[in-house]
Design a protein around this ligand. Structure first.
Ligand code: MEV
Length: 316
């Protein structure tokens, strides 16, 4: 068998982005349909981590986005090699990635996870899940400034998770519906968005506490609704969370337009997913309505949409 291959998948946050950085729980799903494959070869000193433009659905010539996405994998791989006593043996890693970069779908964490798995495979090492999470998280801290760990956790998880203060628990899903993800086509900087939210929370501690308490309530309710399969209640929670994210300053007129279009087309609820200020919108729909909602999102300006049945998301 070919040595030196590693994979990881995208993720979508159902509820709890941003507030999770400040200690509340969050809920995330793996998106196995969008993945990244990393191929590691014995490297030249210094090593190269490379993302051929052709494999990315993003604007070639946007070096900031590529550089930011790649700083995480590089740091994660370097830390892995340091721990294995292989400093100086850095591998060349090439990434083939279906996940659009900087769209809130976890591309930087997934690239880091795939890269570490590929380098481990090349050197015949096994990495236990806790160590892999730590290594990806090292990269995320560099790529995002201060990362909660939800992206690192979700891109490595086999099923839906509830994430809280650094640990993930597998969620019980009794929901028969569809998630429709719509790309605004606008790259959003997680680091920038997280810093902006922090400034807003610091400015008004009383409304900050209110926002975090509200987030906590919405997520507790949603954990129960996911298990009983109450899609209508989940849709309402998504809309409430979208309002909260807008108050925190990470929605945009484009995101608002896509949310409104999804609702008009019959979605239970919709919101931004990930860091916002661009990125993707996530809608929850009845399975039979997914196509209509997806078409409405494209008419409203989404550059791409993906549909994921919740039934296919097995528990972690
Ligand atoms: C980004 O996918 C999620 C944020 O909450 C940042 C983080 O948790 O590290 C915005």
């Amino acid at each position: 068998p070919v040595r030196g291959v590693g994979r990881a998948h995208a993720k979508a946050i159902l509820l709890g982005e941003h507030t999770v950085v400040h200690g509340t729980p969050a809920i995330a799903f793996p998106l196995p349909t969008l993945s990244v494959r990393a191929i590691a070869r014995p490297g030249t000193p210094g090593g190269v981590i490379e993302v051929p433009d052709g494999h990315f659905g993003f604007v070639a010539g946007d070096p900031d986005v590529a550089a930011n996405t790649l700083s995480g994998p590089r740091v994660a791989v370097e830390e892995a090699l340091r721990r294995w006593g292989l400093t100086g043996h850095i591998a060349d890693v090439v990434m083939e990635c279906d996940i659009p970069l900087a769209r809130g779908l976890g591309s930087s964490a997934a690239c880091a996870g795939a890269a570490v798995r590929a380098v481990a495979d090349l050197h015949g090492r096994t990495v236990d899940p806790a160590t892999l999470y730590e290594l990806v998280q090292c990269g995320e801290q560099v790529a995002h400034g201060r990362a909660s760990g939800i992206d690192a956790s979700a891109v490595l998880a086999a099923g839906p998770i509830r994430f809280h203060e650094g640990s993930a628990t597998a969620l019980d899903i009794g929901l028969d519906a569809a998630l429709v993800i719509a790309d605004t086509g606008v790259p959003g900087s997680t680091q920038h968005a997280v810093a902006g939210v922090r400034r807003n929370l610091d400015r008004d501690p009383r409304s900050a506490r209110r926002a975090l308490t509200r987030a906590d309530e919405l997520i507790s309710g949603a954990v129960a609704d996911l298990s009983t399969g109450d899609a209508a209640a989940l849709g309402r929670a998504m809309l409430d969370f979208q309002d909260l994210l807008a108050e925190l300053g990470v929605s945009t007129p484009h995101i608002d337009t896509l949310v409104a279009a999804a609702l008009e087309a019959g979605a239970y609820g919709a919101k931004l997913t990930g860091a916002g200020l661009g990125g993707c919108v996530l809608a929850l729909t009845e399975t039979g309505d997914a196509r209509t909602v997806s078409a409405a999102l494209r008419r409203a300006g989404a550059v791409q949409t993906w549909t994921v049945p919740t039934r296919g998301l097995r528990s972690g």
